[in-house]
Design a protein around this ligand. Sequence first.
Ligand SMILES: *Cc1c(COP(=O)(O)O)cnc(C)c1O
Length: 419
Amino acid sequence: MVDVADQLETVLSQRESGASTTAVHGRVQGRRLKAGNSLVTPITQTATYTFADTADLCAFMEAKMWGADATMAERGEYGRYGNPTVRAVEKRLAALDNGDDALLYPTGMAAVTNVLLSILPSGSHVIFTDDCYRKTRQFCNTFLRRLGIESTQVPMGDYEALASAIRENTRVIISESPTNPYLRVVDLKRLVQVARRHRVKTIIDATFATPVNQRPLDLGIDLVIHSGTKYLSGHNDIMAGVVVGEAGLLHALRQSQGMLGGVIDPHAAYLLERGLKSLALRVRQQNRSAQAVAEYLEGHPKIERVWYPGLASHPDHKAAREQMAGFGGVVSFTVAPVRGEEPLDTTSRLIDAMTIPYIAPSLGGVESLIEQPALMSYYELSTEERQSIGIRDNLVRFAIGIEDTEDLIGDLDQALARI
Ligand SMILES: *Cc1c(COP(=O)(O)O)cnc(C)c1O
């Protein structure tokens, strides 16, 4: 008699499953038993792992040194070198982004910094695009510079500038897509073309897109990074970071992680896996609401301008349509000036008049969050300094949660009526 689960395994392995199925089950379908026959991935809360006897220890060391026995090599040795709960989530994340392997870190920034520190030798050069996560830019300009690694910032969307910024010693191009806060979208195929011509590695921070909306590895990008703090975990309750890519690169990164020491806690990994199961449902709802909110705002007389890749008016709408399955849950907009009032203050009044979103940094969770970047990430700068890096005083970043679309629009409507 043919086992139903075995049959299912055969059927599903013939085609690639959708994002939601992969988010719930990972790449391997069908019957797979977990410790204690638990349905849910158990949390292995341990700092170290034991060996039955000396022969067992030596068999493991042989497997680790010479790669003889893959199953043996995957067994636990010490907490900094791996954990079964963490490993299960890494496999799920690799499947979602269609990479060979994935590596988890305790935060998104730990993922960014560990990757750059691991692959950039001293004397090398890295290119990053403007409109990128501020801490990534600061890391390049301070830490990497101190290590003798130079960096060049190129304007987003200028592929000629990108090509001419490449030098003999350039090793990496890193960019976000979509970016924060203007949701600029890199033409990934074009980026890969330019980079490959010069044998430069490409890294995309795809936090804003998630693997549900965009899979950069499928388009030839070498490494994808996500802050797992955002959509992947989705509940604003943990911090995490992940890197996904090809097996050889990931193996090297794993070795560095064992030295640098930044590993995620198994309990946080468990919560990340729990969040992942509803990733596709959440992201699709957030895509829908964000599109509706962006269209509503674009037609409102008290709004100056809206940035959302799903709008035809967005500078990268074409690239976004070609390479994304959805446009994400973040909408940025500027508030029209009110006579006799500083734009900074009019905008704050709008934010304070909203009742559903919380005022907080971050994005991607079930709760909507709203912020005025001028007062959140760029508070210490003057209006002129902010202007010079493109942060307008009347800019709002609205990170949509999973509340009902009509309620979010209703809330915006009443708040706009009050300014
Ligand atoms: C939040 C974020 C990061 C940093 O992630 P943490 O988990 O906060 O360290 C990096 N890149 C992008 C695009 C982000 O939104």
